[in-house]
Design a protein around this ligand. Structure first.
Ligand code: CO
Length: 208
């Protein structure tokens, strides 16, 4: 039976390294958090928010789900968004998709999958994603499959970013005049690079 032992050992080793780097690092975090950014990303194990941005504990407030979906009817997501914007006062929101996303691929190929006939949370979420990307799926170029998936991954970031801008907590904050920037990004598994696709800055009102 798999045990937790290897993870516990790595945890103690990590904690020791952190203390060696900064002897008060944990004490500083006990009194509270002041993350500068909210990260909305995919649950994919290869896209770990803190690792790829070289962030320390206390820097990022994180919500991850399959295919980085922004759904105003999802209380889990909406409560994270509200808390980050109105209680933690984060200064930026990063919505991050990634090339090679299994969730986006499943949305693309759902009609040919057994998943389509299931009654399950996974089937409902992927069905919802396919519905949200219906127009984009329809206009995908024929031929190169991986190019089509990459294009759909980018389209998904733009679609979820548009949903994000319409969310109540974001609208309320933008109307309040407080500084907030929102960034729609894509992460490349092959290079480790994060790239911006779309941005909104409340102070500049630049929305490409
Ligand atoms: Co993914």
């Amino acid at each position: 039976m798999p045990t937790l032992k290897p993870l516990l050992a790595r945890n103690r080793s990590w904690a020791l390294q952190q203390r060696q780097r900064d002897p008060e690092c944990f004490e500083k975090l006990v009194s509270g958090q002041q993350p500068h950014s909210l990260w909305i990303g995919c649950s994919d194990s290869r896209v770990p928010a803190e690792v790829l941005t070289d962030a320390r504990p206390g820097e990022l407030f994180v919500h991850r789900n399959i295919a980085n979906m922004v759904d105003a009817d999802d209380d889990s997501f909406m409560s994270v968004l509200q808390y980050a914007l109105h209680y933690l006062n984060v200064e930026r929101v990063v919505l991050c998709g990634h090339y090679g996303c299994g969730g986006v691929l499943a949305a693309l190929s759902l009609p040919e999958m057994a998943l389509a006939n299931e009654s399950s949370a996974l089937s409902r979420r992927i069905g919802q994603l396919r519905a949200a990307l219906k127009g984009e799926i329809h206009s995908l170029p024929a031929g190169d499959e991986s190019a089509a998936l990459n294009a759909l991954v980018e389209a998904n970031v733009r679609a979820q970013f548009a949903h994000l801008l319409r969310c109540g907590p974001v609208q309320a904050l933008l109307e309040s005049g407080r500084a907030l920037s929102l960034h729609g990004c894509v992460y490349d598994l092959a290079s480790g690079h994060l790239t911006t696709l779309v941005e909104y800055d409340a102070t500049e009102e630049a929305y490409p």
